[in-house]
Design a protein around this ligand. Sequence first.
Ligand code: HXC
Length: 257
Amino acid sequence: AEYTSILVERNQRVGIVTLNRPKELNALNFQLVSELADALEEFDRDEAIGCIILTGAGEKAFAAGADIKEMADKSPVDMMLGGFDSWARIRKIHKPLIAAVNGYALGGGCELAMHCDLIIATENARFGQPEILIGVIPGAGGTQRLARTLGKYRTMEIVLTGSPISAKELESLGLVNHVVPQGELLNEALKLAHKIASQAPIATRLAKESVLAAFETSLEEGLAIELKNFFLLFSTEDMREGMRAFIEKRQANFQGK
Ligand code: HXC
């Protein structure tokens, strides 16, 4: 596919999508988010890909939020019809997504990072939900995902003041997996992505599905989903191979079957 606002590449079993409007700090206009959903779905369908990294072009930003210039004159109906379906499509990606946050992740940029399954960030990365400063509130899950991860009180401060938070603080609060030096971001993300991409694909898919179920269900329901997925994996060739390889003291060779 031809994209104007993102770059798409592959590194062995890892797909990399780069938000590519660096002059606008990778501001998320409707076109970009729709291209992003297309690219992620294409990788999701591709058996040669096991994990996807999402990052931003340039040194300054992952994404500085939804495109304020595009939104400034919009009506509620314009916004409703404008492409929020793309965010729902991103939520439904089955393969693990790693956000490699290389600078500002503000507003929709912070929310996009939180759509991912793991977040790696540079020391200078700044997260935040500054929507309140321009008279709105987060619209792509910021209030919900922050509250589920950080709890009520820190989330209230972030959403009500719009003040940014450092990657280090978010690492200590459990929202950022690892903080790395600026020059090492992509390498570190790739290391993690290759590790994930080398596991049995069906187990990986059901592992992601099971963890995400924790945010939708009671404990009993979540435990039941996990256990059914666990049982289901005993129908896969990769489960036989993985256990046999352990017993024979050799590396497993997974086929995604
Ligand atoms: C459109 C943006 C933008 C944005 C930056 N730019 N953020 N354009 N939408 N969200 C543009 C600037 O207008 C400028 O272009 C260029 O990028 C560089 O930005 P500067 O402001 O000159 O850089 P700097 O002074 O270093 O400040 C960086 C910044 C600031 C602190 C990140 O740009 C900023 O506060 N941006 C807005 C952050 C924000 O409010 N995000 C939330 C948006 S609402 P020109 O051509 O003018 O020089 C949102 C709702 C999500 O995300 C809803 C769900 C999708």
